[in-house]
Write a protein that binds this ligand. Structure first.
Ligand SMILES: [Zn+2]
Length: 272
């Protein structure tokens, strides 16, 4: 009996240690869904979705074109009004009753046009930090790009171009302090140095396709000389034929910088 009790106690101890190790090992899961779309799952289980263009994105894995696959969305972030960033955000907002965090001018257009009810369109802009969900802090930062919202008027069947606010990037800080900088669509700009110094991102998600955004050489300069994150994932390439930049060109341009370069595959989760 004593021996069995000892074995039981030892077993419980091992199970307890395993549970503690698991708790310590709770990680951030970063899932690229092609172009600029991401699902980030925090160590506390919060789901953050950024720039969801999914259902008509040719590079998004089939499983993630079904918006039900997300299960829940605790924070929904959009960088600007172009279709390949905002596309499925209104549908996700309605499905999960999650407000869209986006440039103030874009949310105003979504409100005025009746795309979503005002309660799903909180107003914010660049500057300061906002708690988008318990433990999830976000800040909107500058991006050097444009932002317009094209909307099909159901009364006329014609497309109209509306205000999209100023384009932004997002700083996303999780419960454990892990910080991601999603640069949105952007050219290089000098204040990326400020963003790097101010927020010290663990991970930067930077566009490399060129034509509309930084190309691989621009992005490598921005990452090495200005942002200086611990790790970087190249995004916004391989979909639009005008955005010709490749991951290989970016990796080559990064050289041996000491910054970890991760070439992500759409639909393959990465742990940090
Ligand atoms: Zn854009």
């Amino acid at each position: 009996m004593v021996r069995i009790a000892r074995q039981l106690a030892a077993g419980l101890l091992v199970a307890g240690l395993a549970a503690a190790a698991f708790a310590q090992a709770a990680k951030t899961e970063v899932l690229w869904l092609a172009q600029a779309a991401f699902r980030i799952t925090s160590p506390g289980g919060k789901v953050i979705v950024i720039d969801p263009w999914l259902r008509t994105n040719p590079k998004t894995p089939e499983a993630w074109k079904k918006l039900e696959a997300f299960g829940k969305v605790d924070a929904l972030l959009v960088t600007h009004g172009h279709f390949d960033h905002v596309a499925d955000a209104p549908a996700l907002a309605l499905m999960y009753d999650t407000p869209i965090r986006a440039p103030g001018g874009l949310n105003q257009s979504l409100d005025t046009l009746g795309v979503l009810p005002a309660k799903l369109l909180p107003r914010m802009d660049k500057g300061g930090t906002v708690e988008a969900a318990p433990g999830i802090r976000i800040a909107a930062v500058h991006a050097e790009h444009s932002s317009l919202y094209v909307w099909q008027n159901p009364a006329t069947g014609k497309n109209e171009t509306h205000v999209g606010g100023e384009p932004i990037g997002w700083i996303i800080e999780l419960e454990n302090g892990f910080r991601t900088y999603h640069a949105g669509d952007t050219a290089v700009f000098g204040d990326m140095k400020y963003i790097g110094e101010r927020y010290k991102p663990d991970l930067a998600l930077v566009p490399i396709g060129g034509n509309f955004t930084m190309d691989p050489a621009d992005a490598a300069y921005a990452v090495k000389e200005l942002i200086r994150p611990k790790a970087v994932i190249p995004i916004h390439y391989g979909v639009n034929p005008l955005a010709k930049g490749t991951a290989k060109e970016f990796v080559d341009a990064m050289g041996s910088s000491g910054i970890r370069v991760i070439v992500a595959e759409p639909g393959v989760p990465l742990l940090f």
